[in-house]
Design a protein around this ligand. Structure first.
Ligand SMILES: [Zn+2]
Length: 479
């Protein structure tokens, strides 16, 4: 009982600290950021053999950020055991831990939260962090991502009257979107009653649950929010009518202007656009009033760069980003490259926040997929495939290509030095399709290859691609 009360006090303290820090002037915020970076560099130099080697000519107390070497997913995974700062952590053990679903909700070595992601290129990356890092992500939502952020004290009136918060996830597993809720700090329940909705369930079932729950806040992927908007417009979903819904949050997928218009028009509330990744869950918080997101400069550093890693000025689209997470000390990410296309706002966000404003988030553009059931077409969520592939740790790269309304080719390339078990991958895909009752409708043809190269035009790896035009009568809200 006492522990719970103490956890709540700690959580409220974190929320208050984050809310107050946000109000500091930009120069104070960046001075704080530099201090945090120095601290992280000193710690990484002392405790991570990987960074010690890379930073051997660097003075952590004076070296400018731009002079620090850049790293990426392949490198971090190759040197995983030396990147982490706790010598007990071994990639082989982390992989084994994440391969057993029974471990979900447990702490690795009684201390660490494990998740794995795949990002835009290369093999999956395993991320080790502490519970406090997850707690920060939730505290940020309350302190900065909430329409009440300017009067955060009113949040505490929610004590005993928690907000209803519904959120979508792929299905239970060690992916960031699932892990973040599985390891949600208990204190959050004081502020929010939560409903988790699985993408494995039918749209109909999720609509029914949402109608019963009547959330104040709803978090989902852009494509899911779009599907829900169509349900709301068709009258099957009824979230607008009660006036309870206050905000929607998009995560993980780009939100096109057309999709935003459709969703905001259907629900009559703002869609906040969250931009973060498993490697740094606290990178930004979606602006609760306007488009885009605010960079949490006290917790992370976001550099927008061009193809040759030169900084691009705000207002100009970059071709990738470099992310430094300032609070994860067990697995430091310092100038870590991600292939997202970001444009910073040269001005302040109209909401008046002192935090830098990400004006546009692109990258990760996706095709939409339709399959034929009897004589009609229905949209198909690629998460069913992706969820399976992200658990195949021997797969370095994969690509699904829809060739017909019922057929997909799956090209897979192994992690160097590992063997692919094609029959096992086929079995897992089949099981996932069966679970979603799609097995009679979809066939997957697996083609093992040595390597899959990014698209020569965009330079991006398209994990899911369709060769088909949208079916007749489909008005596409996404490009
Ligand atoms: Zn704003």
């Amino acid at each position: 009982m006492l522990t719970r009360a103490w956890e709540t006090v700690q959580f409220i303290y974190t929320v208050a600290r984050l809310a107050n820090r946000r109000r500091r002037q930009p120069e104070q915020l960046f001075a704080y950021q530099r201090g945090q970076l120095r601290k992280l560099l000193r710690f990484a130099l002392e405790n991570s053999p990987f960074y010690r080697r890379r930073f051997r000519h660097i003075d952590p107390d004076s070296c400018p950020l731009e002079r620090l070497p850049i790293t990426n997913k392949q490198e971090i995974m190759e040197h995983f055991d030396e990147v982490v700062t706790d010598r007990r952590i071994r990639l082989a053990d982390v992989e084994a831990f994440a391969s057993d679903p029974a471990n979900l909700g447990r702490l690795f070595l009684d201390r660490y939260v494990i998740c794995h992601t795949s990002g835009s290129q290369g093999r999956p990356i395993f991320i080790v962090q502490e519970q406090k890092d997850i707690q920060l992500a939730f505290a940020l939502q309350l302190a900065r991502g909430h329409p009440l952020e300017k009067r955060w004290k009113t949040l505490f009136r929610r004590f005993g009257r928690p907000a209803r918060w519904a959120s979508f996830y792929v299905k239970p597993g060690f992916y960031p979107s699932s892990v973040v809720f599985t390891y949600m700090p208990r204190a959050v329940h004081r502020f929010a009653q939560t409903l988790r909705l699985s993408l494995q369930d039918s749209l109909e079932k999720n609509v029914q649950q949402l109608n019963e729950f009547q959330p104040n806040f709803l978090t989902g992927y852009a494509s899911v929010l779009e599907a829900l908007a169509r349900e709301q417009l068709a009258g099957r979903l009824r979230l607008r009518e009660s006036g309870q819904l206050q905000m929607l949050t998009n995560m993980s997928e780009p939100l096109t202007p057309q999709a935003r218009e459709l969703i905001e028009g259907a629900f009559g509330v703002h869609v906040s656009d969250h931009y973060a990744m498993g490697e740094c869950m606290t990178l930004t918080v979606g602006c609760p009033y306007h488009q885009g997101a605010h960079v949490n400069v006290d917790l992370a550093i976001l550099e927008v760069v061009d193809d040759r890693y030169r900084p691009v000025p705000p207002g100009t689209k970059g071709s990738r980003v470099l992310v430094t997470c300032l609070h994860n000390y067990v697995m430091p990410f310092i100038r870590y490259e991600i292939g997202d296309v970001i444009t910073m706002n040269p001005q302040r966000c109209p909401c008046g926040s002192n935090l830098p404003h990400v004006a546009a988030i692109e990258g990760r553009t996706k095709d939409r997929f339709w399959i034929r059931r009897n004589d009609h077409y229905e949209e198909f969520s690629p998460f069913i495939f992706l969820e399976v592939m992200y658990r195949c740790f021997d797969v370095a790269e994969f690509q699904f290509i829809q060739t017909d309304w019922t057929r997909f080719d799956l090209r897979i390339a192994p992690v160097p030095g590992r063997q692919l078990n094609v029959a096992e991958i086929q079995r897992r895909l089949q099981a996932a399709l069966c679970e979603a009752q799609l097995h009679p409708l979809i066939q997957v043809n697996i083609i093992p290859v040595d390597e899959i190269r990014p698209d020569p035009v965009s330079g991006k790896m398209k994990r899911m691609q369709t060769l088909l035009a949208p079916p007749p009568g489909v008005a596409s809200a996404s490009p």
